[in-house]
Ligand binder design. Structure first.
Ligand code: BDR
Ligand code: CA
Length: 312
């Protein structure tokens, strides 16, 4: 099984992804490291504890960065995820305790404990990963790789015309993470916005797994209201589960390789641009790291993987 650290800002699609990881026999979650993003970091950490309690998982949960690398707080996404991050369902809050370490320290410690074995799965803004790189410059050699939900390579953004939320929230941190010398794979809006999930999908998750699927269905009602504005159908998008789906079954995706940059310029803040290998002669781009970007996903098989995994 893939040993992973799941870096997260729960968040409704984060909850769906966390349960998917817990359920999968191919994934071994070593800890949840939380970060601000959808909600403030203290709520993010509390929500991660609550999800672990519901799923009866005894793993470390840490609190991480609460602000962008540069600049003031950028605001939260309560209008997408509700006041509580779980669609305002008044779910009882767990009294479990956090691991006392920071998320960045936990990432460094865990990578040192299992050199070459850990994959970091980041499904929120990238501040914890950037800070971990500063704490331990050898981190890229210590981990197996990094897969993220974030960015919009060849499609438009969801916060601005060019930027996706996780990258926009902490563009400077994202640039540090994209520039580090590790195997980075990006699952952005190119694939995640391509797969709308309808209400029958939520019903099926609940019927296969009343406890965890039931929680996802209940918390998703608010989330569906948000995503259905201006559409004829009732849908939502489970962005955050996609990098996990890739680890479990890479054949679900098509990826393209290219030099990647993140803009920190105010107007284009958080834009992820990819120059496919061989497509440019500009030194500014040729010096940039190459990463793999998901461009296509098999909808039917992805849905089946989610349902089958929740059914286990
Ligand atoms: C990303 O932003 C958050 O709202 C979601 O949890 C996801 O990680 C999608 O742009
Ligand atoms: Ca998220």
């Amino acid at each position: 099984a893939h040993k992973i650290i799941l870096d997260t800002d729960p968040g409704i699609d984060d909850a769906m992804a966390i349960f998917f990881a817990f359920q999968s026999p191919d994934i071994d979650v070593l800890g949840l490291t939380t970060v601000y993003g959808n909600v403030p970091v203290s709520m993010s950490a509390q929500n991660a504890l609550t999800l672990c309690e519901l799923a009866k998982q005894d793993i470390p949960v840490t609190k991480g960065v609460g602000m962008p690398w540069v600049g003031p707080e950028s605001g939260y996404a309560h209008f997408v995820h509700g006041d509580d991050g779980f669609g305002n369902i008044n779910f009882p809050v767990s009294d479990r305790k956090l691991d006392p370490r920071s998320s960045a320290q936990f990432i460094v410690d865990t990578a040192r404990q299992h050199p070459g074995e850990v994959t970091i799965v980041a499904i929120g803004p990238l501040g914890n990963l950037a800070l971990a790189l500063r704490l331990e410059p050898e981190l890229p050699k210590l981990v197996k790789g990094v897969v993220i939900m974030g960015g919009a390579a060849f499609v438009k953004g969801n916060v601005t015309p060019v930027a996706e939320a996780n990258i926009w929230n902490d563009a400077h941190a994202a640039e540090i993470v994209f520039a580090a010398d590790w195997d980075l794979k990006m699952f952005g809006l190119d694939v995640t916005n391509d797969v709308p999930f309808t209400l029958d999908f939520l019903d099926e998750l609940e019927s296969k797994n009343p406890k965890l699927g039931g929680f996802v269905k209940e918390s998703s009602q608010f989330y569906v209201d948000f995503y259905s504005q201006g559409r004829d159908d009732r849908v939502c998008f489970f962005h955050d589960a996609m990098p996990l789906a890739y680890l479990i079954d890479p054949s679900l995706f098509e990826l393209t390789r290219g030099h990647a940059r993140v803009s920190t310029d105010p107007l284009n803040r958080g834009q992820t641009s990819i120059a496919p290998a061989g497509s440019t002669a500009s030194p500014l781009w040729l010096d940039a790291n190459q990463i793999d970007v998901a461009t296509k996903v098999d909808h039917a098989r992805l849905r089946k993987l989610y349902i089958d995994t929740y059914a286990l």
